[in-house]
Design a protein around this ligand. Structure first.
Ligand code: PLP
Length: 399
């Protein structure tokens, strides 16, 4: 077999699509692979709750298995789940979505994002999104044949996306704005005022808005603005939500999309051929989560908030300047006082002090100079990680 100068097996490389070859592997995965080979590591890396799914939710799923609910469901998702979701969106946001045609149950928000992009984009269409942002946004747009257009955000503006910055990047190819607040990796929450300004731009240019609100319930002392509730935005917003984060249900793989009938029909067309239906057991668990899970969410939010305050104060005390994240479960401190790149910082911290964080550059160019620390881990671990990080920063900071 022949290889090229980069050591790739050329015959095999040609077998995979150029579209896929162009996408770099996730910068997050690389760190998890390194971490898996080490012992005694405190991980602030993985973006998932350390809580186990509340027992009554697990029990509902176990009971459904005992009763033999092991078949496919409707392509759109179980009617009971869509009804519960419709009720939830009405109760929470006063938004009315018809469970028969305006809601689709998906395999996590991951699938919903992919479907949304494939359903709306023609080749070369542009999608404007904040930098830094969740690693899948860029890839989903590219894989659907679109072009991601990045809008820089920064610590001084609390990593909120500025409407004027979006507008200055709009061309005749722009199809949509993709935002996700509360945000991964920064923990930023978008104010209602800032969101309204973005809605104004979307209306003026007749753009769709894909709003990934997977962290909607994880906010601390501020209110989450559901984008579809902004004046005139329900018809042009694809609202994405899920169960992974708030209910500690990452492994169940359940999310959803709420949008107009036309868009949900287009997304369902792809979903029915590629997925068929979201996992049945997961859907049963999601019904229970929506009906009885609010107390559990409130308890977890209280605990995340305690950890959030500890980590943000700790990072600032060490000298890693960190703006106050008001949502999700991430802190995004600046590591510029060390003069290392964020990748160097993360690698050295892992090797020297056995603390895993994710380099900000994995989330876009504007993430360079920062690292993402996920605080969905115990307070004791957070405190130990902070003391190791202090030792590391004291050793490496430039004076
Ligand atoms: N959107 C954001 C912003 C995320 O952080 C994640 C997971 O980390 C996802 C979507 C995917 O979540 P799901 O488990 O629902 O596929």
């Amino acid at each position: 077999m022949s290889t090229n100068s980069r050591g790739q097996h050329t015959e095999y490389h040609n077998l995979t699509s150029q579209q896929v070859n162009r996408i770099p592997p996730s910068g997050i995965r690389k760190f998890f692979d390194l971490l898996a080979s080490m012992e005694g590591v405190i991980s602030l890396g993985v973006g998932e709750p350390d809580f186990t799914t509340p027992w009554h939710i697990r029990e509902a799923a176990i009971y459904s298995l005992e009763k033999g609910y092991t078949m496919y469901t409707s392509n759109l998702g179980m009617p009971e789940l869509r009804q519960e979701l419709s009720r939830y969106l009405k109760d929470t946001y006063n938004l009315e979505y018809d469970p028969n045609g305006e809601l689709l149950i998906t395999v996590g928000v991951s699938e919903a994002l992919d479907l949304a992009m494939r359903a709306i984009l023609n080749p070369g269409d542009e999608v404007v999104m904040p930098d830094p942002c969740y690693v899948s946004y860029n890839a989903c747009v590219t894989l659907a044949g679109g072009k991601p257009i990045m809008v820089p955000t920064n610590q001084e503006n609390n990593f909120e996306t500025d409407a004027a910055d979006i507008e200055s990047r709009i061309t005749n190819k722009t199809k949509a704005i993709l935002i996700g607040y509360p945000a991964n990796p920064t923990g930023a929450v978008m104010s209602r005022e800032k969101s309204s300004q973005i809605a104004e731009v979307a209306r003026r240019h007749r753009l769709l808005v894909i709003s990934d609100e997977i962290y909607a319930k994880l906010v601390y002392g501020v209110e989450h603005t559901c984008f579809a509730t902004l004046p005139g935005m329900k018809e042009s917003t694809i609202l994405l939500g899920g169960f992974s984060k708030a209910y500690a249900m990452t492994g169940w793989r359940i999310g959803y999309a709420a949008a107009t009938r036309e868009i949900i029909a287009a997304m369902t067309k792809i979903h029915q051929y590629t997925i068929m239906s979201a996992p049945t057991m997961g859907q049963v668990a999601a019904i229970e989560a929506l009906r009885e899970g609010e107390t559990n969410v409130a308890e977890m939010v209280e605990e995340y908030n305690r950890r959030r305050r500890t980590i943000v104060k700790g990072l600032n005390d060490i000298g890693l300047s960190c703006f106050e994240p008001r949502g999700a479960f991430y802190a995004f401190p600046s590591i510029k006082c060390t003069s290392m790149t964020s990748e160097e910082f993360a690698e050295k911290l892992l090797v020297e002090e056995k603390v895993a964080v994710v380099p900000g550059s994995a989330f876009g160019q504007c993430g360079e100079g920062y690292v993402r620390c996920c605080y969905a881990t115990s307070l004791a671990e957070i405190e130990e990680a902070l003391s190791r990080m202090k030792r590391f920063v004291d050793k490496h900071k430039i004076v």
